[in-house]
Write a protein that binds this ligand. Structure first.
Ligand code: ATP
Length: 574
């Protein structure tokens, strides 16, 4: 419940819409019950008046007023139902939109250190299906529960004016249907409802894996085996869903049984009251019809409570992500006062120094307590403008070192300095403005070439764009494309070759024009000619910049000042 309370607090900014929806649902429920009750009374009273007239007696019976009231209630019910749907859905969309932007805000400090450890399908599932599942919290749980609670009290009080015994018995049965039955079915359905959330998320992860790796699956003739497994998974989900649906059907049947028993009881008690002269004939019908209509209030509750477990599980899964602690501790900004007397103190961050000498002091790092050290006591000085290459076997910790320089993670021991100041003192986002990154997997987005370039500098002019394109050696390629820079690169850049994608990333690096270049195997996967071109372009571009490059390629070592070797997280100059 703690998780649901948490999300209910996020509903607060939309409370006017939410309250409006509940009010309309209440009015509709009231109109619906009143319509059936009044109609029952009206038909019976008219019949009785007719019988009295047949007997030759005179009776004054006003048909006009109840007929008009019935019309008014019927119109109110229809309009109320329409309004309720519009307002409750608007409220839900607003709440979900609010939760989505809150969720994105929570993700920002987790990128990239923490989120890189999560599977993208899992994260996607939490962002979409789990947040969507929260719509039930208001639509299927909160609103019907409030309407049922107020409605049951209202009906019981109303009935008490006509027949206190029937009112008491009906109130009791309604309470059983509104509280006890949903509670029982919540207990019975909890495991299945939770299971289906987890299975559906895993199913999505596997589907995404399959789509992304389709070419490899076909090449390894593993597609059939993979899709069979997915089929088995789907069968498992269908079985659990079938069990859940069966439980839903039983809960509906149970509520129906209760309503019929209550009706039988109300009929019997009304007949006795009529015989004893405590109720008129028409009022007996009124009471019985009111009892029939009242069960509409509680019918959705057992299924809603069965859904509660699903909603709770989804809420927990969302919070598991947002409760992750960031990989880096937020900058405290603590800084002793400067000799001039000026100081920042707690809560402030130092402005970037304007110089770009990098230094690592006895840096050690591990990804988690369960893992061994990936970097061991590394000390390295890279003066502004120096070009450094790091070589070493796979898994020796080269990429990790680059990530520590950019503060994706904080070292376990030691410190990383920029112009002599610990990088923890700078705002992490501002710090990133110092770095231009080119890696073996620079991401291209499903957008045009131009949009991919503008990512680095949204306000770049056409001249700047053309200069970057030219410097990255993309001029000919773009010249041949009918749509030029407006060409769509497809999802993850599938419509361009590896070399072209790397050049687009290179042009992005030019546009950002950061003072420190972090290059992580920038030519991996490229042919010899392209590799030479990329290195030549990089050497030219990086002339006055600080460069830290990881590479396996001999060709990349010609333009750097120092080459270091890395083995088992230990660095030595070669
Ligand atoms: N996010 C992570 N969580 C846990 N362990 C990780 C993570 N990233 C890397 N590692 C581990 O840290 C070690 C160093 O990885 P790193 O990527 O730094 O090596 P590398 O030298 O760059 O390798 P390569 O040349 O293959 O890219 C490896 O054993 C790797 O499995």
């Amino acid at each position: 419940m703690k998780d649901l309370w948490f999300f209910l607090k996020l509903f607060k900014p939309h409370s006017a819409w939410l309250a409006g929806g509940i009010l309309l649902a209440l009015l509709t429920a009231f109109a619906s019950i009143a319509l059936l009750t009044l109609s029952g009374w009206f038909i019976s009273a008219s019949a009785i008046a007719g019988l009295v007239a047949i007997d030759g007696n005179t009776l004054v019976f006003n048909f006009m007023l109840p007929a008009a009231q019935i019309r008014a209630l019927a119109i109110s019910r229809t309009l109320g139902r329409y309004g309720e749907r519009v307002v409750t859905h608007e409220a839900t969309f607003r709440v979900l939109a609010g939760i989505r932007s809150w969720f994105f805000q929570q993700l920002i400090p987790l990128v990239p250190g923490r989120l890189s450890a999560m599977r993208s399908g899992d994260l996607l599932s939490r962002m979409t299906a789990d947040i969507d599942a929260l719509d039930a919290l208001y639509l299927r749980l909160l609103a019907p529960a409030v309407v049922a609670a107020i409605g049951v009290i209202g009906v019981t009080v109303f009935l008490a004016f006509y027949a206190p015994v029937i009112s008491l018995a009906t109130g009791l049965m309604l309470m059983i249907a509104a509280v006890w039955v949903p509670w029982i079915f919540n207990r019975l359905g909890r495991a299945g409802a939770e299971e289906i959330v987890v299975l559906a998320a895993n199913f999505r992860i596997r589907q995404l894996d399959m789509i992304q790796g389709l070419a490899d699956l076909i090449a390894n003739r593993a597609y059939g085996r993979f899709s069979d497994k997915l089929g088995q998974f789907s069968d498992l989900m269908i079985n659990i869903q079938r069990r859940n649906n069966r439980l839903s059907a039983i809960s509906s049947a149970f509520t129906l049984l209760l309503s019929q028993l209550t009706l039988l009881m109300a009929l019997t008690l009304a007949a006795i009251s009529f015989k004893d002269g405590l109720l008129s004939g028409a009022d007996s019908a009124l009471v019985v019809f009111c009892v029939i209509a009242a069960f509409e209030l509680v019918t959705p509750l057992p299924q809603a409570m069965q859904m509660l477990a699903k909603t709770q599980k989804a809420a927990r899964r969302i919070r598991q992500v947002t409760e992750m602690s960031p990989a880096i501790t937020p900058s405290t900004g603590f800084c002793p006062p400067l000799p001039s007397g000026e100081g920042w103190g707690e809560g402030f961050q130092r402005p970037l120094p304007g110089r770009y000498d990098l230094q690592l002091n006895e840096v050690s790092f591990r990804y988690s307590d369960q893992q061994g050290r990936v970097l061991n006591n590394i000390s390295l000085a890279i003066p502004q403008g120096a070009k450094v290459a790091i070589v070493g076997p796979s898994g020796s910790g080269k990429t990790t070192l680059l990530q520590l320089i950019m503060r994706y993670y904080d070292p376990e021991q030691g410190s990383v300095l920029l112009a002599g100041q610990n990088i923890r003192q700078f705002d992490a986002d501002e710090l990133m403005s110092c770095f231009g990154v080119l890696s073996q997997r620079s991401q291209l987005f499903a957008a045009t070439i131009k949009e991919n370039l503008l990512l680095a500098k949204p306000d770049a002019t056409a001249t700047e764009l053309n200069a970057a394109v030219k410097a990255a050696g993309l001029e000919n390629f773009i010249g041949y494309l009918p749509e030029g820079l407006e060409t769509w690169v497809g999802e993850s850049g599938v419509k361009v070759s590896g070399g072209e994608a790397r050049r687009i990333a290179l042009a992005r690096l030019y546009l950002k024009n950061a003072p420190v270049l972090i290059l992580d195997e920038p030519t991996e996967g490229l042919d010899g000619d392209t590799e030479r071109d990329v290195f030549t372009a990089l050497a030219d571009f990086a002339r006055d910049k600080t460069v830290v490059m990881v590479t396996h390629r001999e060709a990349g070592l010609g333009w750097v000042d120092v080459v270091y070797g890395m083995e088992h997280g230990v660095l030595c100059e070669l």
